[in-house]
Design a protein around this ligand. Structure first.
Ligand SMILES: NC(=O)c1ccc[n+]([C@@H]2O[C@H](COP(=O)([O-])OP(=O)(O)OC[C@H]3O[C@@H](n4cnc5c(N)ncnc54)[C@H](OP(=O)(O)O)[C@@H]3O)[C@@H](O)[C@H]2O)c1
Length: 239
């Protein structure tokens, strides 16, 4: 990390996104944190926090935001969708709805691809930079024993493939950037709320715990770790 690191946290109004902002401010007293809101501005105000409005599924909007930065040390994409007001993740194949499937791909797969495409330039550095996409263990094809959640699983599996592909390209063109996929573990946010009843209490993590775990990995990981898919404890997850 440089002396005055610049973070960009996409999805700063989300449960994990907001905790990441707070943990960054505490952990790096000289850091500047840029972050984004989508439907509702945040009430979190701080001299070192700069908010930007962003629909991260819009390539024009992502490109316009990228134009504002010459250099970023660490970009974290904490945006995601598991359910919306109308639809819950599928329990069975017969519940698959094409619009919901596409909405999952738009929210969970496309944004990290657009961010990598447009922020590659500002992540180029002679020191280590980081690009982190929040994925999920349920995006692991190898680990899929329960089935269900067809759209969400598929969108995270596609995200994993896309980011692995970018990491390989960046070994040549952006070789000081460490890109990795992070599974946060079940974290107490709006996204997991409807599914928390079946999670043992000791396995439900606070957003602060998850954010700290991710920043621990960012501090530890260098370009040689690029392309990994890891959980909050830094354990590799099989693809
Ligand atoms: N919480 C968990 O247990 C868990 C487990 C595994 C993986 N994850 C992953 O971790 C990430 C963060 O999840 P979370 O639990 O913090 O979810 P969350 O609290 O629901 O936050 C999601 C954030 O994404 C933003 N967002 C959605 N669509 C957007 C768009 N088009 N443009 C910009 N922002 C958009 C939302 O803003 P608006 O509401 O304003 O749209 C919200 O701030 C997700 O990728 C999720 O899949 C979470």
């Amino acid at each position: 990390m440089t002396d005055e690191p610049i973070f960009l946290i996409i999805g700063g109004t989300g449960g994990i996104g907001q905790a990441l902002i707070e943990q960054c401010l505490q952990r790096y007293p000289t850091a500047t944190v840029h972050t984004t809101w989508h439907q509702q501005p945040s009430s979190l105000e701080h001299a070192r926090v700069h908010w930007h409005a962003l629909d991260v599924t819009s390539e024009d909007a992502v490109a316009a935001l990228a134009q504002q930065f010459d250099h970023i040390d660490c970009l974290i994409n904490a945006v995601g969708l598991l359910h919306d007001g109308d639809q819950q993740p599928e329990k069975a194949l017969r519940q698959v709805d094409p619009d919901f499937f596409v909405a999952n791909i738009r929210a969970n797969t496309l944004p990290s691809i657009l961010l990598a495409k447009h922020f590659a330039r500002s992540l180029k550095s002679t020191t280590t930079s980081h690009f982190v996409a929040l994925s999920a263990r349920v995006g692991s094809i190898d680990d899929n024993r329960l089935g269900g959640w067809l759209s969400y699983r598929s969108s995270k599996a596609a995200l994993n493939m896309a980011m692995k592909t970018v990491a390989i390209e960046w070994q040549r063109s952006n070789k000081h950037c460490c890109l990795f996929l992070f599974h946060p573990g079940t974290t107490d946010t709006a996204l997991s709320k409807p599914f928390q009843a079946r999670v043992p209490e000791q396995q439900l993590q606070s957003p602060a715990f998850t954010a700290e775990a991710l920043l621990n990995l960012i501090d530890r990981y260098g370009p040689e770790d690029s392309g990994r898919f890891v959980d909050y404890a830094g354990r590799d997850i099989r693809w």
